[in-house]
Design a protein around this ligand. Structure first.
Ligand SMILES: [Zn+2]
Length: 197
C-alpha cells in the first residue's frame, strides 16, 4: 500500500487544491458529519454543532473547545418522586481520538471534490494529522459521462462510464494519479488501460 498524502497542519491540508480544475471556481468546505457546520476564517477552522463550538488554529493545530450545555433539565421520576439531572454531552468532551471528514467540493460545475480526514487528539486538544482520503471527478462528453473516483485508503481508482441509455460500466484499477492541470488527460490514460482489460 502506498503512503497516504499526509499534511502536518490544517493550513497545508486545506491548501490542497483550493480551486476547481474544471471551472476554476473556489472549492467550498463541508463537514462529512452532518452534525457540524464548517467555516473558515484567516487563522481558524470553525466547527459548530448543537453541543459544541470548536475552533482549530490552522497554523498551530491546537483547538479551542466550548461545549454548549443546554440548561440542565430535571426529569421528574414520578415513581420514586425525585428529580434527576440530564446534561448534553459532546464527543469533544472525551479523551482519545476522533476522525472527521472534511469535503472540498465545487458547487459551480459539480465536477470535482476531494475528502480530507482530520485526526484529532482529544486529550492533547490538537489536530494530530490530516490525510487525503479520496478524490472524485466527473467529465461529460455528451451524451456520455465518465466518473473517476480515487480512494487513496484502498489504493483503488474506480472508473465509471455512464452512457445515454442509462447503463453504466465500472472498472477498478490500482491508483491512477489524477492530473489536476489537465483532468481530461487522466481520462485518456484510463481509456488506454481499458483497451487492455
Ligand atoms: Zn467546478
Amino acid at each position: 500500500m502506498k503512503e497516504l498524502l499526509t499534511f502536518n497542519n490544517a493550513i497545508d491540508a486545506l491548501s490542497y487544491h483550493s480551486y476547481c480544475p474544471f471551472c476554476a471556481e473556489q472549492l467550498l468546505l463541508f463537514c462529512g458529519s452532518k452534525d457540524y457546520d464548517i467555516s473558515r476564517s484567516s487563522n481558524f477552522l470553525h466547527l459548530r454543532s448543537d453541543d459544541s463550538k470548536v475552533d482549530i488554529n490552522l497554523y498551530t493545530n491546537k483547538f479551542n473547545l466550548e461545549l454548549i450545555r443546554t440548561m440542565p433539565y430535571a426529569e421528574l421520576d414520578e415513581g420514586f418522586g425525585y428529580s434527576k439531572i440530564s446534561r448534553k454531552s459532546s464527543p469533544w468532551d472525551n479523551t482519545g481520538y476522533m476522525v472527521i471528514g472534511i469535503i472540498k467540493e465545487c458547487l459551480s460545475c459539480c465536477s470535482y471534490s476531494h475528502i480530507l480526514m482530520f485526526h484529532f487528539d482529544l486529550t492533547e486538544r490538537c489536530l494530530k494529522s490530516a490525510t487525503l482520503n479520496s478524490e472524485w471527478m466527473s467529465i461529460e462528453k455528451s451524451p456520455d459521462v465518465f466518473e473517476i473516483n480515487n480512494n487513496y485508503v484502498t489504493d483503488i481508482t474506480q472508473y465509471t462510464h455512464h452512457n445515454n441509455n442509462g447503463d453504466s460500466k465500472k472498472y477498478d484499477f490500482p491508483i491512477i494519479l489524477i492530473n489536476l492541470i489537465n483532468p481530461e488527460e487522466t481520462l485518456e490514460r484510463l481509456h488506454k488501460l481499458i483497451i487492455f482489460t
